[in-house]
Design a protein. Structure first.
Length: 237
């Protein structure tokens, strides 16, 4: 990675204000809900109920990654090319963005899980939280392994969303959308094909061997993201 790639990554971080705003709004609404629960609890109006559930506060940060992977290829590419940027630097710079974001989100969500979420569950949400760290069983091997498992999955998610967004102005972009929908629609109800879909999601999410899941996600992310090189080499400005 050359210095220009890092410059591209820095510019991308500065030019995803809409992603920051929408994620901030979602987190603010979640925080308001929690504050309301705390106020009600102070007045003993809403004691800890067995059915109360909420989405993990840290999981709202996933929205930032997804929105960024949409806005960067759809909005920032043309801006940078018009400013004299190089396509190769943009290609390399974006993957730096996603690696950094995946790492930061994974770290912050872990901290929130062990602090804010634990407190809220203990005090107000008897039904627990909807948190991928728990439901995907990434915490089974401890927080350090959970960090890398979540990082790898988020890195793959960003690469897929970025790539699908980048090709939406081409016929093969729409073909890819149809293919994905067709695979899910056909493989899910057909018993003979369902194991293949289960195997794939087990590989990238639920695999009992953390090293396999992490390696699979990173390798798939790099393979999927590599498709962007010829896409952006020919993409009209």
């Amino acid at each position: 990675m050359n210095s220009k790639s890092f410059v591209v990554a820095k510019i991308n971080f500065r030019n995803i204000k809409t992603a920051y705003l929408l994620t901030g709004i979602a987190m603010a609404l979640a925080l308001i809900q929690s504050i309301v629960f705390i106020i009600l609890a102070v007045f003993d109006i809403n004691p800890n109920g067995p059915d109360n559930m909420t989405t993990s506060f840290g999981n709202y940060l996933f929205l930032l990654l997804i929105l960024s992977a949409i806005f960067v290829p759809s909005k920032n590419f043309r801006k940078m090319m018009n400013l004299g940027g190089k396509r190769a630097d943009f290609f390399k710079g974006c993957i730096i963005n996603y690696a950094i974001m995946a790492a930061i989100i994974s770290f912050v969500s872990l901290i929130l899980f062990y602090t804010y979420d634990k407190y809220m569950v203990a005090e107000f949400y008897g039904g627990g939280t909807l948190d991928v760290l728990y439901w995907f069983r990434w915490l089974d091997n401890g927080p350090v392994v959970a960090f890398f498992r979540q990082f790898a999955f988020l890195f793959l998610l960003a690469a897929v969303v970025h790539t699908l967004t980048a090709v939406q102005d081409k016929w093969y972009g729409w073909a890819a959308d149809v293919l994905i929908v067709a695979i899910i629609s056909v493989f899910t109800p057909v018993a003979a094909l369902r194991p293949a879909l289960v195997w794939f999601f087990n590989l990238i999410i639920f695999h009992s061997n953390a090293a396999v899941q992490i390696g699979a996600c990173v390798i798939l992310a790099l393979l999927v993201y590599s498709l962007n090189k010829p896409v952006f080499a020919r993409k009209a400005i």
